[in-house]
Design a protein around this ligand. Structure first.
Ligand SMILES: CC(C)(COP(=O)(O)OP(=O)(O)OC[C@H]1O[C@@H](n2cnc3c(N)ncnc32)[C@H](O)[C@@H]1OP(=O)(O)O)[C@@H](O)C(=O)NCCC(=O)NCCS
Length: 190
């Protein structure tokens, strides 16, 4: 099985995590602000977690279960976050998830990365529907999804449990037939 494609945007490169990224990746993933509004980012975030994620990226791609990549700066190659699509092949459906390290917030990076991943999901993975859920109150995540044309579909009441607390799950989605690309991206040719 070939490596997962590397997606390139104006400022970013979406690629598998590499051994050399691990310390910085742990530092960024380990921020309380990232832990608070995600379900699958452990805290504290150790090198072992990052290695596990690295292996999971490769295994999940090989099995056709997910496209999971690190978000890196295109010029410096420094890693700033992670993004991915969990695939439900039988339904031609993908679930989008992402996080960006706190020092890089509010510069449009999540929107740029997610726009590329949506395009890749529809054009290359031939998905029909891409959806995302976020904790009620996580306005930044909702904003990213809306900026990319994902439509608000509803609130799944107390569908999420984090620790001992239930949270409402706010769902947005976009269908292939209505998708309008907002972000320029391409697959890196080696
Ligand atoms: C959600 C997250 C990925 C956004 O990353 P980012 O790179 O800062 O996103 P962008 O800069 O592309 O866009 C953020 C948008 O949210 C807006 N925003 C930020 N904080 C906000 C708030 N508290 N209320 C409303 N809007 C907010 C920004 O103004 C921006 O919108 P704009 O371009 O219209 O001004 C980042 O905050 C993060 O990683 N959070 C922790 C993990 C997480 O929640 N992941 C999503 C799980 S579903």
């Amino acid at each position: 099985m070939a490596d997962a494609p590397v997606l390139v945007t104006e400022r970013l490169r979406l690629r598998w995590l590499d051994q050399r990224d691990l310390p910085r990746f742990c530092e960024l993933a380990g921020a309380p602000e990232v832990f608070e509004t995600t379900l699958h980012v452990p805290s504290p975030y150790t090198i072992a977690h990052a290695r596990e994620f690295m292996e999971h990226q490769r295994r999940a791609w090989e099995r056709g279960q997910a496209y999971l990549v690190a978000i890196a700066m295109r010029e410096s190659d420094e890693v700033i976050g992670a993004i991915g699509l969990e695939l439900r092949r039988a339904m031609d459906r993908g679930e989008l998830g992402f996080w960006v390290g706190v020092p890089y917030w509010n510069r449009g990076y999540a929107t740029e990365a997610a726009g590329a991943v949506l395009g890749f999901g529809f054009e290359h993975l031939r998905l029909n529907r891409i959806w995302a859920g976020h904790f009620a109150g996580n306005e930044a995540s909702g904003r990213v999804q809306q900026k990319l044309g994902m439509k608000f579909e509803g609130v799944l009441r107390q569908a999420l449990k984090k620790g001992n607390t239930y949270h409402d799950d706010v769902v947005h989605a976009v269908l292939r037939e209505e998708f309008e690309p907002k972000i320029k991206w391409e697959i890196e040719q080696l």
